[in-house]
Design a protein around this ligand. Structure first.
Ligand code: ADP
Ligand code: MG
Length: 701
């Protein structure tokens, strides 16, 4: 592409003055010719089709109809007036409606002459109406040349209000093509174009903006989606390769006493095949000269902790310190206790550092860390503070990645001269296609198998009106010696209300489950962390049978004897959260249950979430549904959604193209890592241009 021409500020395009330029920048982020070329239509209006009035459907699609006006009248309404025209063809009648511009319309529209009208229809009281239709006399319509498929560009209310209508954008696009079409260079190498039979870049751009027919439009879309995904993948894969070549890690060559002793004598259970495979992958990484940067995905309860521990042991055997960071205090404490137990026969010094560690203890920990007297430091965000300095940190593990951002990952990197190896563990599985796109710079390991003997958690959906039967069920389970969670939603915006719900719930549960037969713990966000911990511990020790809580129990707590999870107002939880919560039970040998309580009022979306939970317990399958319901940006939070701000491709719908794009990107770099072969010239220049002009491409540190 002629870079200079395409970097011309949009102000210089014919038909775009300073005012319009300003609007384009503010509203659509269009600064240059290139930005405008890449403003792809959201949809196309097919003006090859004509509808009869009796064929109209109650959809939101735009339709085109030929008919005649039989009468025009003004109708008074609450505010102002509207103009209503009767419009008919030989199949039926409908109305055309205007809310403004009455005078002009009255004076110019002709009765009993054939018009072509075009627009969206509404349906009310058995009559279709079309507000503010585009209208043209049939005789005029037949004279004019027009594009077959009319593109509809993304717009905003402000743009429309300020006169930058679709029609205007369309004509800007025409000017743009007149000026630039001979400078549009190919951006993909010939071998790819040929093997996938892709349209040339110039053809694709022309047909995306001025499609000649359906078939060319769909080829243009394919080509541009492929290109977009190809370059994202190329970028991610290249980063990964450069990283491996450049960023030296500490090679952990030894498998020593700690690891061997643990593996031979202290492993509390036989590892699953998946755990073994993943440990092997990690071992290979740690043994190489490159820094490990690996994402470990595994469903709730799949046994990631033991994998983390064995990685830690390898680091220790090679004389390095390690740390394990978790998103909450409770989870850190649980890891601390759990790992201490697993390591009790090994001579390892493990410390806990969280927000509530006392100043004095904190100072001691800081000192011991720098002296190298601490082997494993477990904690929360507190680990990231600058004061926390290691003597030689060799491995950093982050549990529950989705709570931490990329920035935090990179902060850990800088805790040593060479960055430590990093293992990120996440229990919110994301579909592989999505993982590939957002974590493409990480290597991915997946534990896709649960430890043997796990029973499927029986999941049901119950309405609030069945509460008494649910209480009866809880009593039966408690009488068998089990424990029960009852969870209430906590959503920031309505914290006060949620808190009230929780307290009301707690009260009614206390009334139903009275002392001394029943003991109840309650944990919520407004409690001091000591009190929380105290209540949590009573439940963990089995002193209480019921744990009433807000979502603080979501992450990580492990109480194998708890076998019932009641989720109140389940319709208010997202799928990922429901799945996480359900994962709190089913950790012991007993049959476990999850009961999703809701009111009768359910949205379509909520219904799908509940049905999904009842139907499957496969975290990856749930993640797929979640992705479809919410869209990728939302799942990952704002921090990482930038990269998913795709111009034309859709990570979900186009994941087949994504896979192909990834494999081509991989091949390209494998054959020509520095992109210096002549045939890859277009790739190299496009790549350089993208990294130069587009910040979102550099989204990871
Ligand atoms: P998560 O992946 O959710 O972090 P954990 O590591 O907490 O899962 O493991 C969940 C439970 O499963 C723990 O009680 C753990 O001891 C047990 N577990 C893990 N791996 C195995 C295995 N291979 N065989 C039997 N139990 C296992
Ligand atoms: Mg875990």
């Amino acid at each position: 592409m002629n870079i200079n021409l395409f970097q011309t500020p949009i102000d210089y395009l014919k038909g775009v003055g300073p005012n319009r330029a300003d609007l384009l920048k503010k509203e659509l982020g269009i600064y240059t010719f290139q930005d405008l070329v890449n403003l792809f239509p959201n949809r196309y209006l097919d003006r090859t089709q004509f509808y009869k009035i009796d064929q109209l459907q109650r959809t939101s699609a735009d339709v085109q109809i030929i008919g005649k006006l039989t009468n025009i009248k003004t109708v008074a309404q609450k505010r102002g007036k509207r103009l209503v025209a009767n419009f008919q063809d030989n199949s039926g009648k409908m109305e055309l409606v205007w809310f403004k511009g009455h005078k002009w319309i009255r004076e110019n529209l002709k009765l009993n002459v054939a018009y072509v009208v075009f627009g969206k229809t509404n349906w009310f009281n058995g009559v279709f109406s079309m507000p503010h239709p585009e209208m043209e006399l049939l005789t005029e319509y037949e004279k004019n040349l027009r594009p077959v498929m009319q593109p509809v560009y993304p717009s905003t209310e402000k743009l429309i209000a300020r006169g930058l209508s679709n029609r205007v954008v369309n004509s800007m696009m025409q000017h743009l093509f007149l000026e630039t079409k001979n400078s549009i260079a190919e951006t993909l190498p010939n071998n790819i174009l040929e093997s996938l039979k892709l349209l040339a870049k110039k053809e694709a751009l022309l047909n995306i903006h001025f499609p000649q027919n359906q078939q060319l439009l769909s080829r243009a879309q394919y080509r541009l989606k492929f290109e977009e995904l190809f370059y994202i993948q190329l970028q991610l894969i290249r980063k990964n390769l450069i990283h491996k070549a450049k960023i030296k890690g500490y090679p952990f060559t030894k498998i020593g006493n700690h690891f061997n002793a643990f593996f031979k004598d202290h492993l509390p259970f036989e590892l699953t095949q998946a755990q073994k495979r993943v440990i092997k992958e990690i071992r290979t990484d740690l043994g190489s000269n490159a820094q490990m940067n690996r994402l470990l995905q595994g469903d709730v309860g799949s046994g990631k902790t033991i994998v983390a521990l064995m990685s830690i042991l390898i680091a220790l055997d090679n004389g390095f310190q390690t740390c394990l960071m978790a998103p909450t205090e409770i989870l850190s404490v649980q890891h601390y206790n759990g790992l201490n137990k697993l390591c009790k026969h090994l001579n390892i010094s493990i410390y806990l550092l969280t927000g509530s560690t006392k100043t004095l203890d904190r100072r001691i920990i800081h000192e011991k860390l720098e002296n190298g007297e601490i082997d494993l430091l477990i904690g929360t965000h507190a680990l990231l503070e600058d004061k926390v300095k290691f003597k030689n940190l060799g491995l950093a593990i982050i549990d529950e990645q989705h709570r931490f951002g990329v920035a935090q990952r990179s902060k850990l990197w800088h805790k040593n001269t060479f960055p430590p190896h990093v293992l990120v563990m996440t229990a919110t599985p994301i579909p592989r296609t999505l993982a590939m796109s957002i974590y493409g710079d990480l290597d991915i390991s997946i534990i896709d198998e649960l430890p043997p003997g796990r029973k499927i958690i029986k999941t049901v959906h119950r309405f609030d009106s069945n509460r008494l039967r649910v209480f009866k069920f809880i009593k039966d389970e408690i009488s068998k010696g089990r424990q029960v969670y009852i969870v209430y939603p906590l959503i920031q915006e309505s914290e006060v209300l949620d808190y009230k719900d929780l307290m009301d719930g707690y009260e009614s549960i206390s009334r139903e489950f009275q002392k001394p037969d029943y003991q109840i713990s309650i944990v919520h966000g407004k409690m001091k962390s000591q009190d929380k911990e105290f209540e949590m511990n009573r439940f963990i020790k089995g002193e209480t049978q019921i744990m009433v809580a807000t979502t603080v129990v979501e992450v990580g707590v492990n109480v194998p004897n708890a076998s019932v999870m009641i989720i109140e107002s389940a319709e208010r939880f997202g799928l990922a959260q429901l799945h996480q919560l359900r994962g709190r039970v089913g950790r012991g040998a007993d049959q476990s249950y999850c009961i999703l309580m809701t009111s009768h009022k359910l949205s379509e979306n909520a219904r799908t979430r509940l049905e999904t939970m009842v139907k499957t317990s496969d975290g990856f399958e749930i993640a797929e549904v979640d992705l479809k319901l919410r869209g990728p940006g939302d799942i990952m939070g704002t921090q990482q959604s930038g990269v998913l701000n795709l111009k034309i491709a859709d990570i979900i719908k186009d994941h087949e193209i994504l896979k192909i794009a990834r494999s081509y990107a991989f091949e390209t770099l494998k054959n020509d890592p520095s992109l210096s072969l002549a045939e890859n010239l277009p790739v190299k220049s496009t790549y350089i241009q993208l990294t130069k002009y587009k910040n979102i491409w550099n989204y990871i540190s």
